[in-house]
Design a protein around this ligand. Structure first.
Ligand code: ZN
Length: 377
């Protein structure tokens, strides 16, 4: 039984040659194995090819219109079962239809943009807070000064590649049901450049760039944070053939500080005051990142109390002003009392009407403490 070639392409029996071409192109876009990995699509694409082969050929189409199948065995000379001849790549089909001029892709440039580079920079809190001009050592490809990036030895020049005649690609012609299809592949002899370097620069072996270590100064703005990146335009890797350098990113890593921990632009620290100072009140001098600040601890301060020093934190990176400094107070109970201190404390407790247990060798301390607590509810 003859295949319904019109149905496969989705065109009517009186479709024009243009209609058939358009239908085929549309279906090829949808089902070509290069663009559709589904195995079912591959089978469908075979049918689509066969239908196009038949309907785009006036003689074969006539056989179809008379109820025959030009691709059936013995149906007509030339076509075998499945028809369609050699496998044709999707791009080649599109080129055949749109007439992409052979050679329009042309040789590729020896000069290509370079890659970005990244460098880790460790900084102290004072530097991230107030900014710093930090010296850095950068290890990247730079332009070869011997040949200025050309890759050729002094007094020599690039030569046209003989294998491809300078086109950078070689073409092969396939005879297919679409007619002749020209495929292009990059020239192996010149890697697609169209030129070769007969006498490479001895310094860079023809690459136009060399790796080197250089020193730079990077300006770190005040208020940067751990993990931020500073971009230095065109300080990255120089590209092949001396191509424009990529960017260099300097990634900030803030060393932990002995005293302060940082949360955003706020700083936190812990200060220990003796029990008596917490009870009586005192004045402390807090050393901030950039100043000494007198701070009053109010009488009756409890353990865990927090003092806030406005504007003594890290400067804001954007805008003005600074974060705050939080001082967390620990209250220390004396661990060793001499006889006089102990007597004074007992006097103090007595004055407050607090019952004080005495530590006995029999462990009476604990029982009497319990009594004391029970007694006061
Ligand atoms: Zn060179």
């Amino acid at each position: 039984m003859a295949k319904d070639y019109y149905g496969i392409l989705g065109v009517s029996r009186d479709a024009s040659a243009d209609d058939i071409k358009r239908a085929y192109r549309k279906l090829a876009r949808q089902y070509h194995p290069d663009v559709n990995p589904d195995p079912v699509a591959a089978d469908k694409f075979k049918d689509i090819n066969a239908a196009y082969e038949v309907l785009s050929d006036d003689q074969k189409r006539q056989i179809v219109d008379l109820g025959g199948d030009p691709l059936a065995p013995g149906g007509a000379p030339g076509g075998g079962p499945g028809g369609a001849g050699p496998f044709v790549g999707f791009q080649d089909i599109m080129d055949a239809f749109f007439g992409a001029a052979a050679g329009s892709r042309g040789p590729r440039s020896r000069t290509r943009p370079g890659a970005d580079a990244i460098l880790r920079l460790e900084l102290d809190l004072t530097d991230t807070a107030f900014g710093v001009e930090a010296p850095i050592t950068v290890d990247t490809a730079v332009i070869c000064t011997t040949c200025s990036g050309a890759g050729t030895a002094a007094g020599t020049h690039l030569a046209t590649c003989e294998a491809c005649g300078g086109r950078g690609e070689v073409q092969s012609v396939q005879r297919t049901f679409l007619g002749q299809v020209v495929s292009s592949r990059p020239c192996v002899a010149c890697q697609g450049y169209g030129t070769v370097i007969p006498h490479p620069c001895a310094t860079c072996s023809g690459d136009g760039r060399v790796r080197t270590r250089r020193s730079l100064t990077v300006k770190i703005p005040a208020g940067v944070e751990d993990g931020m990146r500073i971009r230095l335009a065109q300080q990255g890797e120089v590209g092949p053939g001396g191509g424009t350098a990529g960017d260099l990113y300097v990634e900030i890593h803030e060393r932990p500080h002995d005293v302060y921990s940082r949360k955003g632009d706020d700083l936190h620290c812990r200060v220990t005051v003796p029990m008596t100072a917490a009870a009586l009140g005192t004045r402390l001098t807090i050393r901030t990142l950039d100043s000494d600040e007198p701070v009053d601890v109010k009488p009756g301060t409890q353990p865990g109390a927090t003092l806030r020093l406005r504007g003594r934190g890290v400067p804001h990176l954007r805008g003005t002003g600074r974060g705050d400094l939080y001082v967390h107070l620990d209250v220390r109970t004396p661990t060793k009392l001499d006889a006089e201190q102990e007597r004074a404390l007992r006097e103090f407790a007595k004055a407050r009407g607090e019952e004080v247990a005495e530590l006995t060798k029999q462990g009476g301390f604990f029982s009497r403490m319990r009594d004391a607590f029970n007694g006061h509810g």
